[in-house]
Design a binder for this molecule. Structure first.
Ligand code: GLU
Length: 418
């Protein structure tokens, strides 16, 4: 197991152990579900624009296939490693089960900084990666999607590479594609819309008014941006957002559409957009606000900064942003936590809609997608809340336990092979 042993994997396993203990999960299943079902490491030789060939490492991990094909994003980030991908795949399993999607969890990644690649280089790398993981993926096997550092264009290249090998177009092999090749309306904003949807439910539960709600968001990628935009459209005041370098603070609320325009013309940087005061990522996390949304990477909220957090609600847009020690501190402080596998499940839910539409060759209206997304998320939120109240456990444990329980049932019914 040592090859998986990284901080993120340890966090995922520690969460699992805690939930498994509390629910008295079958010991045979415990050992199995702690580890991924399949892990593939691939070596990717890629020709750079200057003619040199450089070699990169990629991964695809399928955590569990008991409930259906596996599902999960592909991450392009320099810190990607087997343990991180395995942890993210495990979280996808619980996330899909919690939302009642007929999927197991998977994740993939390549250890690169995509910002250091030209578009043709990124295309060559993506196609080679898709060709190497080809034996594992397919609409009925494992369906990748965007994650940190990847987008609809990357999905289009994967879909094309897979389709070239098959000899016909297979839109359902990935989700988060462009609309013109079988993508779904509402997929790009889905994670952000889902974060806002469950945050609104939490505000209602805590009897807080959206008009007096202030929001701070760590991250201004796909999740951070759409969360900020939709929060503002719903009437909240978004007082801070950040990117990797740092963030902007404006107590009157940031103008998100204007900020996004300047961010793009500024080479994807918030610095010099002049719409607020500059602050560090650490300062952003410690702002006095109603809702804090970590929407960047894992392990951002630790035992060191957790005592300094000043939010009422923590809505986890990112996967695994809070360490176990920090979790305990925040609970003691009375912070209402909407855990990642619930808060950020909007992305995979609309991915599921996309996959269903691809399979049926019949595409839905934007309003149908929003309505069905909200229906699933609101149900999952209240089921988790009721479970957490009745069992006197945290929202995180409640979410994990209901996800794990569905996976355990599938395993117990199917039995052990051979
Ligand atoms: N990468 C996203 C996540 O972590 C979406 C996965 C998907 O759509 O399959 O949930």
């Amino acid at each position: 197991m040592h090859e998986l042993d990284t901080p993120t994997f340890r966090l995922a396993v520690a969460q699992f152990d805690q939930a498994a203990e509390a629910m008295e999960l079958d010991h045979n299943l415990r050992e199995r579900l702690k580890l991924p079902q399949r892990s593939l490491i691939v070596t990717l030789p890629v020709r750079r624009d200057d003619g040199r060939v450089e070699v990169y490492t990629g991964y695809r991990v399928q955590h569990d296939t008991a409930r259906g094909p596996t599902k999960g994003g592909i991450r392009y980030h320099p810190d990607v490693n087997l343990g991180e991908v395995a942890a993210l795949a495990m979280w996808m399993t619980w996330k899909c089960a919690l939302a009642d999607l007929p999927y197991g969890g998977a994740k993939g990644g390549v250890a690169i900084n995509p910002k250091q690649f030209s578009r043709p280089e990124l295309q060559r790398l993506t196609r080679r990666y898709a060709a190497e993981i080809f034996p594992l993926i397919g609409p009925d096997k494992d369906v990748p999607a965007p994650d940190v550092g990847t987008d609809a264009q990357v999905m289009a290249w994967i879909m094309d590479t897979y389709s070239q090998q098959m000899g016909y177009s297979v839109p359902g092999v990935v989700t988060g594609k462009p609309l013109s090749i079988g993508g779904s309306l509402g997929r790009e904003e889905a994670t952000g819309r889902g974060v806002v949807c469950v945050t609104m439910e939490a505000l209602r539960h805590l009897k807080l008014d959206i008009r007096n709600t202030t929001v701070a968001i760590q991250g201004f990628g796909n999740v951070g941006f759409h969360t900020a935009r939709i929060m503002q459209e719903c009437g909240a005041r978004v007082i801070a957002v950040s990117d990797v370098q740092g963030g902007l603070y404006n107590s009157n609320g940031l103008d998100i559409p204007e900020l996004f325009t300047r961010y793009k013309t500024n080479g994807q940087s918030l610095r010099d957009t002049k719409l607020g005061d500059w602050l560090s990522n650490e300062e952003l996390l410690q702002l006095d606000c109603t809702v804090l949304v970590p929407a960047a990477l894992s392990e951002q909220i630790t035992k060191h900064n957790a005592p300094k957090l000043r939010c009422r609600i923590l809505a986890e847009g990112a996967n695994g942003p809070t360490t176990l020690e920090a979790d305990r501190i925040l609970q003691d402080q009375g912070v209402f936590i909407i855990p990642d596998i619930l808060a950020n499940s909007g992305g995979v839910i609309v991915s599921y809609f996309e996959w269903v539409q691809d399979g049926q060759r019949f595409f839905w209206k934007a309003s149908d997608i929003q309505e069905r997304l909200q229906d699933i998320m609101i149900t999952a939120f209240h089921r988790t809340l009721e479970f957490s109240v009745s069992k006197k456990t945290s929202m995180r444990m409640a979410a994990l336990m209901s996800g794990i329980d569905k996976v355990a049932q599938a395993h117990l019914y199917r039995g052990l092979y051979p």
